[in-house]
Design a protein around this ligand. Structure first.
Ligand SMILES: N#Cc1c(NC(=O)c2cc(S(=O)(=O)N3CCOCC3)c(Cl)cc2Cl)sc2c1CCN(Cc1ccc(O)cc1)C2
Length: 450
């Protein structure tokens, strides 16, 4: 990271005398103390745990300096701030202005991760490009992505996630995109928004940090029209007649070939699905806007590697909506996804089911951190809770109505026997607990264990 200790101190308006410390170059920034390596800056966040409890551990792992909301003893360098989350976001904004890459921001109810991957692949053929990793797309993950980009990044492709109204406005004003893409305005899972119109309002928040002369690429869906700012340069995509549209599409089992009204030749992508043609069309359009030769765009899309296990809704073989989130298996992420899942209305006649498995590597605080998840469980919003793993026993003791398993096969059997068409199921836990196998069983005929 191209920042020194003093530079960070100034950028976050640290209140202690940090000029007395040696002005060393910093390696990288981490808020999860388990990732701290030599030369890093530790940024403790107060979530389900207080990151300040892990400052000592961070220095033992080689941290050079820590941010803190409280004064510390003088033995190690620290930068005192009022709020470490605000400091993270302010430092990211400062760093973005300093390194000054072109930012392409992407939001949308579906397809934003695929479009992010495809757009980054196209730009990477011609520029030094960096993109959001995993689902680091919220008020913590987006600034973390900015601070993680390589020093000479020219194009930064940022995914912007939206849990609540105003989220995207904040992220757009932090990132000041040069190009903003909206992939789709959702049909279902209205979560905290209540109506599709409010989802549209939320997504259009992406114009908050966008100059009017810079382009917004959005669906030709009239629901967004009332939210288009005066004088905003906009390109609409969708059905024939829109500014951008797919003209011909040939779908195969493993890939898909399509043409558009603006690209010279047909494009082949290694994934099926008309919605992926749309996602690839947006990536191709950004490539053209950014001066990537058509041959390179074509070559990038034909061999694009998509982020696996995206945090998105899947459909089981018997018609169950599955939300599986295999990223960031820590208490904060588990609470966030539980809150989101509980806020979603049941399908008509359907039930809401959660499967929660152990969060690994939480050290000596693991038992209490697993138990603490009970604070966000709203029993009236859930019809069945399956808990799996030795540490989840601590949560099971707080939730007497939950079913607790130590055997994966018994868990899998019980879940398959319980769920039925129309249900919604959330599956969350550390990769090491093997829940990806459960998702595979539920989504593929031949894999069914029963
Ligand atoms: N709760 C909690 C914990 C962490 N939380 C986070 O890292 C975290 C994750 C998230 S997140 O939701 O996972 N995420 C971050 C990336 O962008 C997408 C959203 C957020 Cl928003 C905020 C925080 Cl503070 S990291 C962590 C804990 C619990 C305690 N752990 C301390 C520990 C340190 C050393 C050890 O050996 C063992 C445990 C590490």
């Amino acid at each position: 990271m191209n920042l020194t200790l003093h530079e960070i101190g100034r950028a976050v308006h640290a209140t202690n005398d940090f000029e007395k410390y040696k002005d060393l170059k910093i390696n990288k920034l981490e808020f999860d103390s388990r990732k701290i390596e030599s030369g890093d800056v530790f940024l403790p966040l107060k979530g389900e745990h207080d990151g300040h409890d892990f400052i000592k551990k961070a220095f033992l792992q080689g941290a050079l300096v820590t941010l803190t909301q409280y004064p510390l003893s003088e033995e190690n360098p620290f930068l005192q701030v009022a709020d470490t989350k605000v400091a993270l976001q302010g430092l990211a904004h400062y760093y973005l202005k300093k390194e000054n890459p072109d930012v392409i921001s992407i939001t949308g109810s579906n397809g934003k991760t695929t479009t992010k991957d495809m757009t980054a692949a196209v730009l990477a053929t011609h520029y030094r490009t960096y993109k959001t990793q995993g689902n680091n797309n919220n008020e913590i993950g987006l600034p973390y992505t900015i601070l993680s980009m390589p020093e000479d990044t020219e194009k930064l492709v940022l995914e912007m996630g939206m849990d609540r109204p105003g989220d995207i406005v904040f992220l757009s004003e932090l990132a000041n995109p040069k190009i903003a893409l909206i992939t789709l305005i959702g049909e279902s899972h209205l979560e905290f928004f209540g109506t599709r119109k409010e989802i549209a309002r939320g997504k259009m928040g992406i114009t908050a940090g966008l100059k009017r002369e810079n382009v917004l690429v959005a669906p030709a869906d009239p629901i967004i029209d009332e939210f288009i700012p005066e004088g905003q340069k906009i390109v609409r995509f969708g059905k024939t007649g829109a500014d951008l549209y797919v003209t011909k599409l040939t779908e195969h089992k493993e890939n898909l070939t399509f043409e558009t009204n603006f690209f010279g030749k047909s494009i082949t992508i290694p994934v099926p699905g008309k919605f992926n043609a749309n996602n690839a069309m947006l990536a191709a359009y950004v490539g053209k806007l950014e001066g990537v030769p058509e041959g390179k765009i074509h070559q990038a899309l034909s061999s694009v590697q998509l982020t696996k296990n995206r945090t998105e809704w899947l459909k089981s073989v018997n018609g169950v909506d599955i939300l599986s989130d295999v990223y960031n298996a820590n208490p904060t992420a588990m609470r966030l996804i539980l809150e989101t899942f509980q806020a979603i209305e049941r399908n008509f006649g359907g039930r809401k089911v959660v499967v929660l498995a152990d969060m690994l590597e939480l050290g000596e605080h693991s038992a209490e951190l697993h138990a603490s998840i009970s604070a966000v469980v709203q029993n009236e919003k859930l019809d069945k809770i399956f808990l799996y793993g030795p540490m989840m026993k601590n949560l099971a003791e707080k939730l007497p109505e939950a079913l607790y398993f130590t055997s994966f096969d018994e868990l899998s059997q019980a879940v398959q026997e319980f769920i039925r068409e129309g249900d919604q199921i959330l599956i969350k836990g550390s990769n090491g607990m093997g829940l990806a196998k459960l998702v595979e069983i539920l989504t593929t005929e031949e894999a069914t264990l029963l």
